[in-house]
Ligand binder design. Structure first.
Ligand code: ADP
Ligand code: MG
Length: 462
């Protein structure tokens, strides 16, 4: 059986399943499955979500087996196998590998049912990331409202929309939600989502092919300049790559000039991206810059409650609260912990108690007991300066290094958010991020610094 055939078969199975299971189950658990093969006895699918197999077997096995039977006319055992590679791929790429049709209800009625399929496939969007499953809190309200405005009237108001904030806070989610909304409501418009990393690769590939360079560059330009809504994720990654910056600049001008919508995300403001050219900084600032901050505890709990509801799992509220307290600064980590906990508990049939949850997530009280003050004190005593110096603004080399090491350790040992560390040091979260990245990178090559950091860590953790 060729891979192509299995994909066709699976697409037919999906069309049946889409009618027979709840939309949330379909998009969250079934669409991300990857068909592998079938033989006389089994139909094999891979999943990158640890809990999907268990959940689907328990609640939707007969629907799946029936759908397979309708398509292949055989009674096959539907096997859903967890694939670690796929899990890594999903968490790394956050991208739909096999984009599938949207549900019937979400189509504009006058259009044929699967008309958006091509749109979906060429847009690179992940079906998980829609407005419907984005929880709005005070931390992301501005970005949410701006994203809705842009989705409803692409190209008319905030252009570009520039969304920035720390890792795992929903930037990619909200950006893709714009794409889904446009595809659903304006099927005549072309949407393209691309990570800056893939954009860079596209430029490099187009330039690399010797003789065909001009042809390839033309193809490249056509690809990006024919879209109505261009979504570039993690734009900070283009900084310092001259040819890519130039292509972004030209693409930006063409699209913006033609009234097409551009949406960008980044982990920091344009000005804070080191070595980004001035002309790009100014263009990125033309529209609206909206930041996403760390969600408060209620929003974190609401996100978990939604996840529990979508996966039909009963999770006691004290567990939701516990997880939301422990994972305070990154929703990706919060979701990851939730998935680990619920998967483990249901597979091993252990009750969801705080004690069990602590074991599953490897929670140690000790880790939580490091304080920013304690860390700064240890660093200060190692460098033989006062904690006040570290928290002050002196730029002397020694004090600046001690400050950056303190910031690095505050993050590394407490796992607290960059903004929280920023509050403590009275600095912007991007400054904190910069210091953290810098020390982290330097530790790879600078032995003396590595020695210092190890010595201080040993001191703190003894
Ligand atoms: P970023 O791009 O900022 O690093 P993502 O958009 O990839 O973060 O979000 C990380 C995870 O957290 C995703 O699974 C996303 O669906 C989820 N998430 C983030 N914010 C929200 C939210 N407000 N409501 C629901 N889920 C969210
Ligand atoms: Mg992202």
């Amino acid at each position: 059986m060729s891979q192509e055939n299995i994909i066709e078969v699976w697409n037919d199975v999906l069309k049946i399943l889409e009618k027979n299971v709840a939309e949330s189950t379909f998009t969250t658990w079934i669409l991300p499955l990857e068909p592998q093969y079938f033989d006389e006895t089994s139909f094999v699918l891979h999943t990158g979500q640890a809990i999907a197999g268990h959940l689907l077997r328990q609640n939707h096995y007969s629907a799946m087996a029936d759908a397979v039977k309708q398509v292949l006319n055989k009674n096959l055992d539907v096997k859903i196998i967890f694939d670690e590679e796929l899990a890594k791929k999903i968490s790394k790429k956050s991208k739909a590998k096999a984009a599938q049709p949207e549900s019937a209800e979400s189509q504009t009625p006058q259009r044929p049912k699967y008309d958006s399929l091509t749109q979906m496939q060429s847009s690179n969007l992940n079906l998980k990331y829609k407005f419907e499953n984005f929880v709005v809190g005070s931390n992301n309200k501005l970005a949410y409202v701006a994203a809705q405005t842009v989705a409803q009237k692409p190209g008319e108001k905030y252009n570009p929309l520039y969304i920035y904030g720390g890792p795992g806070l929903g930037k990619t989610h909200i950006m893709q939600a714009i794409g889904h909304y446009v595809i659903k409501n304006r099927p005549d418009l072309k949407v393209l989502f691309i990570t800056a990393e893939d954009f860079v690769n596209d430029v490099v590939n187009a330039l690399a092919r010797g003789d065909e360079k001009t042809k390839n560059m033309n193809k490249f330009r056509k690809k990006y300049r024919e879209v109505d809504v261009l979504l570039i994720d993690d734009i900070q990654l283009i900084a310092g790559k001259t040819r890519t910056e130039e292509e972004v600049f030209n693409t930006f001008n063409t699209l913006h000039g033609a009234g097409k919508q551009i949406v960008l995300t980044s982990d920091r403001t344009p000005k804070e991206i080191p070595s980004l050219s001035d002309r790009l900084i100014s263009r990125f600032e033309w529209g609206l810059m909206a930041d996403i901050q760390i969600p408060d505890i209620e929003t974190r709990m609401a996100i978990l409650s939604n996840l529990a509801k979508d996966s039909n799992i009963e999770v006691p509220s004290n567990i939701i609260e516990f997880l939301a307290t422990v994972y305070s600064s990154n929703i990706r980590e919060l979701e990851g912990a939730f998935n680990r906990v619920t998967a483990y508990a249901s597979i091993n049939e252990v009750p969801l108690t705080i004690e069990n949850v602590k074991n599953i997530i490897g929670y140690s009280e000790k880790e939580k007991s490091y304080t920013f003050d304690g860390i700064v004190d240890s660093v200060a005593s190692y460098y033989n300066i006062s904690p006040k110096d570290i928290k002050g603004s002196s730029r002397s080399a020694k004090i600046a290094e001690a400050r950056q090491v303190s910031i690095y350790l505050c993050r590394d040992l407490t796992k607290q958010s960059f903004p929280a560390i920023g509050d403590f040091f009275d600095k912007k979260h991007t400054t904190i991020l910069y210091s953290y990245d810098k020390i982290k990178a330097e530790l790879q090559t600078n032995n003396a610094l590595a020695h210092t950091v190890t010595a201080i860590t040993n001191q703190i953790c003894k």
